[in-house]
Design a protein around this ligand. Structure first.
Ligand code: HEC
Ligand code: HEC
Length: 225
């Protein structure tokens, strides 16, 4: 049985347990920050159907009391393998609108693993923590995904910033990050996300290791020298 199937079964088992739990989870993000390094709050929910998973996030850069929360969606089309993913930014009335940022820069492989900020974890209920676990297993079960364009109008801000450049070829990473692999391949476009997750010790995931030489190679890849 492949590891992706294991993640899927675990996520499904947890979802049965959490059947009655409230659908939305609110947390402060570990990774996302405002331009002034302030807190960014996310409310995430999931609607899972047989043919697609719809991930919705409302995001505030202006604290919990803010009136206007950004509204984004990621849709996973599960009708065939590899799954296909599309990215959506919505306006107040739920209509497609301009991306606020090039999603692909951070979302190389569909929905991102949810990582609440360390000191905000105590504010999250046990049920919500389990829900995040369940979602993260589901996110890992997708494997490499193919991008499905979503351009209902001519965009000013493209999904990809077209700085794609070369691929990350460090062994400690390409073990999982490759086309058709457990997770999408990485390019120069993902430099900042790569830097964040490696600095945090999140990548490579335990028990995988990274040598000092490979750390240098990553630094060179991220900064170009
Ligand atoms: C600067 C990096 C960054 C950019 C750019 C970005 N996101 Fe995200 N997004 C994240 C992170 C990180 C998470 C995971 C939640 C967390 O831990 O904060 C996330 C979570 C989400 C989620 C909730 C489901 C999930 O992936 O966990 C949706 C939906 C989403 N983003 C949509 C979008 C869309 C659509 C765009 C482009 C308009 C976009 N994002 C651009 C970093 C980013
Ligand atoms: C054992 C498999 C594995 C290895 C090895 C690995 N990754 Fe990952 N990586 C994942 C999985 C699964 C995710 C999604 C879940 C998560 O974020 O933890 C991920 C997520 C990421 C992301 C966020 C974009 C995305 O696809 O969600 C980046 C960037 C990343 N990894 C970089 C790296 C780098 C750099 C290395 C090498 C130092 C590395 N990874 C090694 C499996 C791996």
């Amino acid at each position: 049985m492949s590891i992706l199937t294991v993640f899927k079964i675990l996520s499904y088992s947890l979802s049965i347990l959490l059947f009655f739990a409230e659908g939305e989870v609110l947390f402060e993000s570990e990774e996302s920050k405002t331009a002034q390094q302030g807190a960014v709050f996310n409310k995430v929910s999931l609607v899972s159907k047989s043919n697609q998973d719809i991930w919705t996030m409302k995001q505030s850069h202006g604290g919990l009391e803010a009136k206007d929360w950004d509204h984004v969606k990621i849709i996973i089309d599960k009708t065939k393998r590899p799954y296909r993913v599309s990215y959506h930014q919505l306006d107040k009335d739920g209509r497609e609108t301009e991306y606020r940022a090039s999603c692909f820069r951070c979302h190389s492989g569909g929905p991102r693993y949810i990582r609440p900020k360390e000191n905000s974890i105590s504010k999250i209920s046990l049920i919500q923590k389990l829900k995040i676990q369940q979602w993260n297993l589901l996110i890992k079960s997708y494997g490499d995904v193919e991008i499905k364009a979503n351009d209902p109008f001519k965009r000013q801000i493209a999904l990809k910033s077209h700085r794609e450049g070369s691929h990350l070829k460090v062994k400690a990473c390409t073990h999982c990050h490759y086309q058709g692999g457990p997770r999408a391949e990485l390019t120069k476009e993902h430099a900042l996300t790569i830097k964040f997750l490696v600095d945090q010790g999140e990548m490579p995931p335990w028990p995988y290791q990274i040598s000092e030489k490979e750390k240098k190679e990553i630094k060179k890849f991220v900064y170009g020298f």
